[in-house]
Write a protein that binds this ligand. Structure first.
Ligand code: NDP
Length: 429
């Protein structure tokens, strides 16, 4: 029980961002009022924070909730808010663009930091960032705009300050990396391959919409794919590698190999793993829309001048697309996200599949959100609870595969994301 983790002592959490993922994380924190006794909900649009505070208060939450407006691109604003509110930890569920600024503020104020996605810059044409990026592409061999190097650089500074940085505690990354640590702890002497499979079998009825922030989502899926093999990256063209898989409780789906951030951390922390791949399912309609939008330049992040006003095409597109937080009532079907392992135990070859199935409509009934926000927001709460409780407190900057997976796995079962272990799975070729 969470109450065992924290007892009845007080903890104050500052949550930055109030979008689809944040709304789930905050409501889940409110369900665990023994750990999260006070929360400040801060975001750019404070009305979203106020509405959620009102909803929780109407439900009779014992958590003392306040709200604040913050521009998380401005380090001084965050520092001022932290100094004023004095939280024990900051949960960043804004956008990856804000990661470093919020980490700087946490460092300055010596407060623990938690997020769900690794840093990427908003402006990929900015010359200093671009030069570092080009160098990294050559040295490391993958071209995704995001990588862990920027946040791993905080390791020594966080150690000196005695604060914990927990990076990427969503579902993938987050839970998938915990599945790897759990498989290693309980089922394998050595893991040789990991295939991470992310299937969304949900249908929202729109011709085209994204399940989380469109800008971040479309950047991710339109990029080159890559996987980790024998200690180095192998890069592919976008959607070049396709497989079909029959997902438990969802059925047969097409899935495509993508670059994904947990591969980088797992490759570093589990050098024994010979190959790590990530696959995500997409329907043909989604892919056709995305290709068309890309071809006409709508996925560009570079500002253009339109009738005397500067606009960023992908941000304009975001304004046209349905808000991911609004998909809840209309999305039906299930997600299935998990990891398939091959390795050895006691000298014998072994395979294993650990996965979670989550039902969009069940999520909507419980919290008013769809399953993508739910599967990210629940682990954000769990990671934060483990840091606040001291179970996952370790000065420095770490991903979720670097801690004891057992309490996290227990809490997944307890807080709405139960998992299944299949010791005889169908493998991906
Ligand atoms: P949304 O776009 O729905 O929400 C983002 C929130 O952050 C909004 O409330 C937005 O404010 C706020 N925000 C944006 N910029 C600023 C700023 N400069 N200052 C203050 N607040 C700001 O995104 P999601 O909820 O879908 O995603 C949240 C995070 O979760 C992202 O980092 C995403 O990459 C990550 N994620 C991780 C997953 C995982 O499995 N690990 C899966 C899915 C998402 P406003 O309301 O004004 O726009």
């Amino acid at each position: 029980m969470l109450s065992d983790l924290k007892g009845d002592s007080m903890s104050r959490l500052l949550v930055i961002g109030c979008g689809g993922v944040a709304q789930v994380a905050i409501q889940k924190c409110a369900q665990n009022s023994k750990v999260f006794t006070e929360m400040c909900l801060a975001s750019r649009t404070v009305s979203k924070c106020d509405a959620l505070k009102e909803k929780l208060e109407k439900q009779g939450t014992p958590v003392k909730i306040t709200t604040a407006t913050v521009n998380a691109d401005d380090v001084n604003e965050i520092i001022a808010l932290i100094k004023d509110y004095k939280p024990d930890a900051v949960l960043n569920v804004a956008l990856p663009y804000q990661d470093l600024v919020i980490m700087d503020a946490c460092l300055e104020c010596k407060v623990d930091y938690i997020d769900t996605a690794n840093y990427e810059p908003e402006d990929i044409d900015e010359p200093v960032w671009r030069a570092a990026y080009e160098k990294r592409c050559k040295e490391k061999g993958f071209t995704a705009y995001f990588d862990y190097s920027y946040q791993w650089e905080y390791m020594d500074k966080f150690k000196e300050a005695g604060i914990t940085g927990l990076l990427g505690t969503g579902f993938d990354p987050g839970v998938t990396s915990v599945f790897v640590a759990y498989a290693k702890k309980h089922y394998f002497d050595e893991i040789h391959t990991v295939d991470i499979l992310d299937c969304n079998g949900g249908d929202h009825g729109y011709a085209f919409a994204t399940n989380f922030n469109p800008e971040i989502n479309l950047r991710e899926v339109s990029a080159n794919g890559s996987y980790w093999e024998d200690g180095h990256w192998v890069e592919t063209k976008p959607m070049e590698i396709k497989r079909e898989y029959d997902f438990p409780q969802v059925g047969q789906k097409d899935m495509y190999l993508l670059h994904h951030e947990e591969i980088e951390a797992l490759g570093k922390n589990f050098p024994e793993i010979k190959r790590i791949r990530f696959f995500m399912t997409f329907g043909q309609s989604y892919l056709d829309h995305m290709r068309c939008l890309e071809d006409v330049g709508m996925l560009s992040t570079s500002p253009i001048n339109f009738e005397g006003k500067e606009i960023v095409p992908i941000q304009f597109l975001k304004a046209l697309l349905p808000d991911p937080a609004s998909l809840g009532p209309r999305t039906v079907g299930k997600t299935n996200i998990g990891c398939i392992f091959r390795g050895v135990k006691d000298g014998k070859e072994k395979t294993l599949y650990i996965y979670n199935v989550c039902d969009h409509q069940e999520c909507y009934k419980e919290l008013g959100s769809q399953a993508i926000s739910y599967t990210t927001g629940v682990p954000a709460m769990i990671g934060t609870a483990l840091v606040l409780s001291g179970k996952w407190k370790k000065p420095g900057v770490y991903t979720t595969d670097e801690f004891d997976p057992d309490p996290y796995m227990e809490m997944l079962n307890e807080y709405g994301l139960p998992w299944v272990v299949d010791e005889n799975p169908i493998l991906v070729d």
